[in-house]
Design a binder for this molecule. Structure first.
Ligand code: AHR
Length: 508
């Protein structure tokens, strides 16, 4: 069996893990909201129309923050359409996805759902058809205590106390020609700067007296992926315009399996994502030096996933909540997905927010049937285990893994992330084996003192195309393995071919 040695030391930390790294994303797209989280006629619906079965799965997944309401949808959305008595809300065309939006669910419903799910809202403001004014007005609606038209409107709509939303995305994928109201980097940079300033002023910041509200955390729209012709110039120009006024630069990336190409090209995704993060991190540092700033801007990786693009269907046009982007995730997808999670964890010094795109039905770990059950897709499992366990810091790892060639360059056959939670005295290890043969891993964690393994799960042995379905919901699930013997912080782990393993250790 091929051998791999992996070494980590408690003093060699790669960065602190923000819990927001394990966030997700809900867009008004297909059945993400309608029939996803919200279905008033569903047998499990609560008094707000929220599906309790979906809420339970969202909690199990361990998602701390959710970005809303888009996505491409955001760039044509007027948030005022989605507040107030439902019978007065207008039905509109959604030009991003060519569907019909009834606005039955809007900002107030989202805030209530976040409370029910114990989730922090991450709101987006429209920079496509929207203006600096409409962005600031949404901040006023959400965060101003009362006594003004918009804050009193919120109170009249049932929310006496302000929502105190801290995280705001200034637009979505504004570099993309597919975006409603697409702008050049210079145009967007200028507009985002003004939006940021005025949103902060509306929140009571910048008045030379302390604001009654906590400062906003603002995300400026970065490159939609690193294959854009404008990457990384877009990011440089946008940041040069906004650096002192924002806190995060967003990045997005989806990977897709192409059956016409070698499997290695798909399995190399985790290392490619690492390179993308590295380039954006370097761009941020370049701008920081150029504008002579002491402040650190971090990355909000607020859309990432596997997404197999399919052609739109004529019968879906202008439908309300059609079945769009309902990818069914295979075991093969899940192996790549776990590697992407490893990359996010290993990049936690610079990536402080991560949003798995998306949460329910639309390229999501949770699928629902109208009036029926909710299902954990295969990708649900690596997310659930890692989001609920990776706390504290990520550790640098020294690995002697063999490598393979992919379209992105050289990638490691065994891809790992190791985290240490000092408060709990626990270590989490996530290992992907992309090899067609088993690997024996010698894991050395001597600096932690005496350790014992407390949980060992393995996702392996499925056909690459295996999926979970409503009829066979447990076709791709991890299985508990016999705990490894740990001696002097060393242990041997045997990784089956094409597998993901999750190991949790505790300091004795
Ligand atoms: O998540 C699906 C879409 O992907 C989002 O609407 C958009 O931001 C991205 O292109």
């Amino acid at each position: 069996m091929k051998k791999v040695r992996i070494f980590a030391d408690r003093n060699l930390t790669a960065g602190e893990i923000s819990p927001r790294l394990f966030g997700s994303f809900l867009e008004h797209l297909g059945r993400a909201v309608y029939e996803g989280i919200y279905e008033p006629t569903h047998p499990t619906a609560d008094e707000n129309g929220f599906r309790r079965d979906v809420l339970a799965l969202v909690k199990e997944l361990g998602v701390p923050v959710v970005r809303y309401p888009g996505g491409n949808f955001l760039s044509g959305y007027d948030w005022k359409d989605g507040v107030g008595p439902k019978e007065h809300r207008p039905t509109r065309l959604d030009l991003a996805w060519h569907t019909t939006e009834t606005n039955e669910f809007g900002t107030d419903e989202f805030m209530k759902w976040c409370r029910a799910a114990n989730i922090e809202p991450m709101m987006g403001v429209n920079m496509g058809t929207g203006t600096v004014k409409s962005a600031a007005e949404l901040v006023e609606y959400c965060n101003h205590a009362g006594g003004t038209y918009l804050s009193d409107l919120r109170r009249a709509n049932g929310a006496e106390k302000p929502y105190g939303v801290r995280l705001w995305c200034i637009g979505n994928e504004m570099d993309g020609p597919w975006q409603i109201g697409h702008l050049t980097a210079e145009e967007y940079g200028r507009k985002a700067l003004e939006a940021a300033k005025v949103m902060r002023w509306t929140n009571g910041e910048g008045a030379n007296v302390p604001s009654p509200n906590k400062p906003l955390e603002l995300v400026v729209s970065g490159s939609s992926n690193h294959e854009m012709d404008t990457f990384p110039e877009w990011d440089r120009v946008v940041l040069e315009n906004t650096y002192e006024h924002v806190d995060y630069l967003s990045m997005h990336r989806y990977y897709e399996y192409d059956p016409g190409r070698p499997l290695e090209d798909f399995f190399g995704a985790a290392d490619d994502m690492k390179e993308f993060i590295g380039t954006l991190g370097a761009t941020i540092e370049y701008v920081r030096a150029k504008v002579r700033s002491k402040k650190r801007v971090h990355i909000s990786f607020d859309e990432w996933n596997i997404w197999t693009q399919s052609a739109p269907r004529t019968e879906d046009i202008w439908k309300r909540a059609p079945h769009l982007l309902e990818d069914v995730y295979t075991f093969r997808d899940t192996l790549v997905f776990a590697g992407l999670m490893n990359t996010l964890i290993n990049s936690c010094d610079v990536v402080k927010i991560g949003c798995l795109a998306q949460l329910v039905n639309v390229i999501a770990p949770i699928s629902t049937k109208k009036g029926g059950k909710a299902l954990r897709q295969a990708t649900f499992y690596p997310f659930r285990y890692l989001a609920n366990s990776c706390r504290g810091v990520a550790l640098y790892t020294l690995s002697e893994s063999d490598t393979f060639a992919s379209r992105y360059g050289t990638a490691r056959t065994v891809n790992e992330a190791i985290t240490f939670d000092e408060r709990e005295g626990s270590i989490t290890v996530s290992l992907c084996n992309y090899g067609a043969e088993a690997r024996e891993v010698e894991l050395e964690l001597r600096s932690f003192g005496e350790l014992k393994a407390i949980e060992y799960q393995e996702l392996a042995g499925c056909a690459l195309s295996a999926v979970n379905t409503f009829d066979r919901p447990e076709a791709v699930v991890p299985h508990a393995k016999e705990l490894p013997v740990v001696k002097d912080g060393r242990m041997m782990l045997s990784l089956p071919p094409m597998s993901w393993s999750f190991l949790k250790l505790s300091q004795k």
